[in-house]
Design a protein around this ligand. Structure first.
Ligand SMILES: [Fe+2]
Ligand SMILES: [Fe+2]
Length: 171
């Protein structure tokens, strides 16, 4: 999936931020806020969303091998772990900008986990999952799934900014 390539580039930026923190160099907390937005809107809602809400859902109607089922369960667990770490990263960063410099250790911990988690997750999907499982689908089913992917992507921008308006309307 092409989206993996952009996620890898963001993970490389997380690595850079982590080594700056480890070397006690200047670090930009706004980058963490932007990275959290990237992981939430792009990696999780848009990308994992298509995997979980469309592809994995369609696979539930197929008789898949135990091995593929095992990998799919692992992938879902890894998505959950990523989500939890992104949430932790956001909370630690919020505390940090409020002046709690001890939160740096937590920020580094969450960054370390994310940097370790994503590359093997993506590799597993790219090399052991997405291609082989296509054999469970007919050409027509694959085309229908692509259409659903496009429609899913199209609605995200509307969902995101509707959410922004609604958040401030409630304040
Ligand atoms: Fe995934
Ligand atoms: Fe993925």
């Amino acid at each position: 999936m092409i989206e993996h390539r952009l996620i890898e580039r963001m993970v490389a930026l997380l690595k850079k931020a982590l080594s700056r923190l480890e070397n006690k160099e200047n670090f930009n907390p706004q980058f963490i806020f932007d990275a959290v937005d990237f992981f939430r809107t792009y990696a999780d809602r848009t990308h994992h969303g298509k995997e979980e809400d469309i592809l994995f859902e369609e696979l539930k109607n197929k008789k898949i091998s135990n091995e593929h089922k095992r990998i799919m369960d692992e992938l879902i667990q890894e998505h959950i772990l990523a989500r939890e770490n992104v949430k932790g990263l956001l909370e630690a960063n919020e505390q940090y900008v409020k002046g709690d410099s001890k939160e740096v250790d937590k920020i580094m911990g969450f960054l370390k986990t994310l940097v370790k988690l994503y590359p093997p997750h993506i590799k597993k999907e790219d090399t052991q999952f997405f291609l082989p499982i296509m054999d469970y689908f007919t050409e027509e089913e694959q085309q229908n799934m692509l259409k659903k992917f496009f429609e899913f992507d199209r609605q995200i921008i509307h969902e995101k900014y509707k959410g922004t308006v609604e958040k401030y309307e409630k304040m």
